[in-house]
Design a protein around this ligand. Structure first.
Ligand SMILES: C[S@@+](CC[C@H](N)C(=O)[O-])C[C@H]1O[C@@H](n2cnc3c(N)ncnc32)[C@H](O)[C@@H]1O
Length: 269
């Protein structure tokens, strides 16, 4: 597979295209956060960096050192090769590693960022503990994530239910996990390409990379982290459906089902 921009690189064109879309997504990320922190001279860590687009964004914005971590080594391979060849001007300030944050014992960070990853991190409480350890006092975490599991598209299109359409709103909440898992294992045996964290039989929805945390879970986990909540914004989107959700979430009992994303800033005091 060949890079669209540099034919001598062994990069998949779909990854290059996804990376480029990240440029627009990054602008949306900061807008939804409500502010883009000063980056000049900062040491920045990104958790769940994927192909590395946001790391490149903060390095171009003046960060002194940027470390992108992701547990998917294929994505880290892309990010490393891509930045070296396409962004040589920042390559000495950006590093990508296929590493669990718990195994990082290097220099501390002034800022930690995470985009669309908190809903995929299985032990988020443990992750916040590690983030706090790696953050300098006064340092902040900027995390934006969603769709939340109980929201209309909390299935991320990964869950196969009895419904004909994988992206059916709340489809994943209409059936037991046991039945969903059994169906997905059957389809996988029949040769269907199904996203799963491992090659063995699917045991739970968590194996599909979704931690199933509810909005209440996120509030509790963040509340117990000992980090100061600087801001906690929900349903950040210009989309009309999001606006409708923002109205309906105020009805009794519906907040969980109509809150689809969270953009929060947390501080180590
Ligand atoms: C939906 S992707 C988002 C990637 C990127 N931030 C973006 O916006 O394109 C979520 C990423 O989180 C990563 N991830 C999941 N658990 C993780 C963990 N414990 N530590 C680091 N990365 C993790 C996954 O491998 C995946 O690349």
């Amino acid at each position: 597979m060949i890079s669209a921009s540099n034919p001598s690189l062994d990069l998949r064109p779909e990854d290059v295209a996804y990376f480029r879309r990240g440029h627009l997504e990054n602008r949306i990320f900061w807008r939804r956060m409500g502010l883009r922190p000063a980056l000049h001279g900062m040491r920045v860590l990104e958790v769940g960096c994927g192909l590395g687009s946001l790391c490149v964004d903060v390095a171009l914005g003046g960060a002194r050192k940027v470390l992108g971590l992701d547990t998917d080594s294929r994505l880290i391979g892309f990010a490393t090769t891509h930045v070296k060849h396409e962004f040589p001007q920042i390559a000495d300030r950006v590093e990508f590693r296929d590493l669990d944050l718990g195994d990082y014992h290097g220099e501390g960070f002034d800022l930690i960022i995470s985009k669309d990853s908190f809903e995929h991190i299985m032990d988020l409480g443990g992750m916040l503990e590690e983030m706090k350890r790696c953050l300098e006092p006064g340092g902040r975490i900027f995390a934006g994530f969603g769709p939340l599991y109980n929201s209309p598209f909390g299935h991320h299109g990964r869950i196969i239910t009895w419904l004909p359409w994988r992206r059916f709103p709340w489809g994943h909440l209409l059936e037991s996990e046991e039945r969903i898992v059994a169906r997905m294992n059957r389809r996988r045996e029949e040769g269907e390409n199904i996203f799963c964290y491992h090659d063995g039989p699917i045991a739970s929805i968590r194996d599909l990379g979704l931690n199933q945390n509810s909005l209440a879970d996120y509030r509790r986990i963040i509340g117990q982290s000992g980090l100061r909540v600087v801001s906690f914004r929900v349903n950040q989107s210009a989309n009309c459906l999001s606006k409708v959700c923002s109205l309906l979430r105020y009805l009794p009992g519906l907040e969980e089902y109509f809150t689809h994303n969270v953009y929060c800033v947390l501080e180590k005091v």
